[in-house]
Ligand binder design. Structure first.
Ligand code: NAD
Length: 499
């Protein structure tokens, strides 16, 4: 970190400022941190590095906006503001596209879907429209308990101030999911972006401040290089809820620290999702595509399929078909629309992924393909598409989240064995089955302990579809009606006489 502040650079992608109480401001001490393009390793600009004082001000602003304005009760106003933001962000689509490619290393082709265009089209609109149809109040009938004749109503009210802690892998998608649902339900928020990907969030803060009627303090955006700014949100008693996406280790720390102030938690954590390929599946087509569902965005997706389970009787044939797909993965420069795999987000992540590849070799797995830094890409945090076969379920590379373009192939004896291996994981985020029979696929889906599951390539993502994990993959659901409800408190009111 330096303390020179942010001199204007003419780089239109840069938005170095914090958003606090409706104003775009530098950090209190003018400190900054570098934003690095992972495809070139070049510093593309600076972002103001929030201090503890800045975070404190942001929390105070969110608290005041919740306690002292009509944001929490004004349903129609909230809906109008969210749709206004939806439109404003759409007007800045190309700027946000360039930012997410430059700072996250996201392949531009992915910005046509999950990295940008899909969240821009639905993550604010869907919860905004839910405001009109949601049962904010319901009559549960009269009661004569204790001889008192009472009418009774159940009210749904926002939780309060929500801290949104964002990861770097799908930053716009995660931020808009969290913002849309937290705001539609009447909460106010403090957004803490990941240190590697601050500008998409600082731009969203600027657009809110400059182009919407969202009142000051309702949305605050506080970037920092220091993870402790996130922890400050977790510790502060003025914050009622934390909505976090990221690693299981950090999620567990948030659970521990959040207990001190009884935080409501929405945690979307890691995964090690298994793809079960049944013996009746179309092997060439299904196995040829395995590389895509592992290597897309360099494997930096929590629900990506990083284990594939194939029948032992057809093991060699299966490995050959998967390897052929891996050899064809188009990867490299993320601005090239042909590439589905770009760089890892940082040098630190590359070290981590290469370390897992070393562990896999030491554990005795067979490195079929890849395993190193690509010789033709000397700059950028790239790792080759990597395939491990002869993997057994107790190996670390079969159990731990690598978050890189690394697939592990395991074999199973029969369907029960496949289900057992798929479930033999601390995680429970997602999974998939490929089979000639959808009935067989659904029967497998019912037996897998995960929060989402794909049968024959079905897509479960969507603002209207609940998303989250079993076991170490998280707590609660974001998106869908469940993702709306989790941001609400429930109040039962009873009275006598007539209302
Ligand atoms: P992380 O979980 O540590 O960071 C995610 C976010 O949490 C960032 O905004 C970070 O600043 C914040 N944070 C970190 N420590 C915190 C704390 N103690 N209290 C509050 N907030 C805190 O993830 P990482 O270190 O960037 O990546 C490490 C690994 O996490 C990856 O290799 C990958 O396996 C996993 N990961 C998973 C996802 C996912 O979507 N499941 C996303 C990102 C990373």
């Amino acid at each position: 970190m330096t303390t020179t502040g942010c001199a204007p650079t003419g780089n239109i992608l840069a938005e170095p400022r914090l958003t606090i109480d409706g104003k775009l401001v530098p950090s209190a001490d003018d400190g900054v941190f570098a934003n690095v393009n992972p495809a070139t390793e070049e510093v593309i600009g600076q972002t103001y590095d929030a201090t503890a004082y800045d975070m404190d001000r942001a929390i105070a602003a969110a608290r005041r906006a919740f306690d002292e304005t009509s944001w929490s009760t004004g349903h129609a106003f909230r809906k109008r503001c969210l749709l206004q933001l939806h439109e404003a962000l759409g007007n800045h689509r190309e700027l946000l596209r360039s930012v997410v490619v430059a700072e996250a290393g996201a392949p531009v082709v992915l910005t046509r879907t999950m990295q940008l265009d899909t969240p821009l089209s639905e993550n604010l609109r869907w919860p905004a429209e839910m405001i009109d149809t949601f049962a904010w109040e319901r009559d549960i009938g009269d009661s004569d308990l204790f001889g008192v004749h009472s009418w009774r109503r159940v009210l749904k009210e926002p939780v309060g101030v929500v801290g949104l802690i964002i990861p770097w892998n799908f930053p716009v998608e995660t931020t808009l999911n969290k913002l849309g649902f937290a705001l539609a339900t009447g909460n106010t928020v403090v957004v803490k972006p990941a240190p590697d990907t601050p500008w998409n969030a600082t731009h969203i803060g600027r657009i809110i401040a400059e182009e919407t009627d969202i009142p000051p303090g309702v949305v605050n955006v506080v970037p920092s290089a220091d993870h402790l700014r996130g922890e400050q949100l977790v510790d502060d008693p003025r914050v009622d809820m934390i909505s976090f996406t990221g690693s299981t280790a950090t999620g567990r720390r948030i659970q521990e620290r959040g207990a001190a102030t009884s935080k409501r938690l929405l945690l979307e954590l890691g995964g090690k999702s298994a793809h079960i390929v049944l013996d009746d599946a179309d092997f060439p087509s299904v196995l040829g595509r395995c590389a895509f569902s592992t290597c897309v965005h360099s494997g930096q997706g929590c629900a990506l399929l990083s284990r594939v389970l194939v029948p032992r009787s057809r093991y060699e044939e299966a490995v050959e078909l998967i390897a052929a797909g891996f050899a064809r993965v188009p990867y490299g420069d993320p601005t090239d629309p042909a590439h589905i795999q770009g760089p890892l987000v940082s040098a630190r992540q590359r070290v981590r992924v290469l370390d897992y590849i070393r562990v896999g070799r030491e554990e005795g797995a067979w490195l079929v393909l890849g395993g190193g830094r690509p010789a033709h890409l000397p700059r950028g945090y790239y790792v080759e598409p990597t395939l491990f076969a002869d993997v057994t379920t107790e190996m670390r590379i079969a159990q731990e989240e690598i978050f890189g373009p690394v697939l592990t192939v395991l074999s199973y004896e029969d369907e029960d064995d496949a289900v057992r291996i798929a479930n033999d994981s601390p995680y429970g985020l997602s999974g998939a089955v490929s089979t000639a029979s959808n009935e067989r696929g659904m029967a497998i889906a019912r037996r897998i302990r995960t929060g989402s599951f794909s049968v024959n390539g079905g897509v479960f993502h969507g603002a209207d579809a609940p998303y989250g994990g079993y076991k170490a993959s998280g707590l609660g659901r974001q998106t869908g009606p469940e993702g709306f409800e989790i941001h609400l408190e429930t109040k039962t009111v009873a009275g006598t006489g007539t209302l």
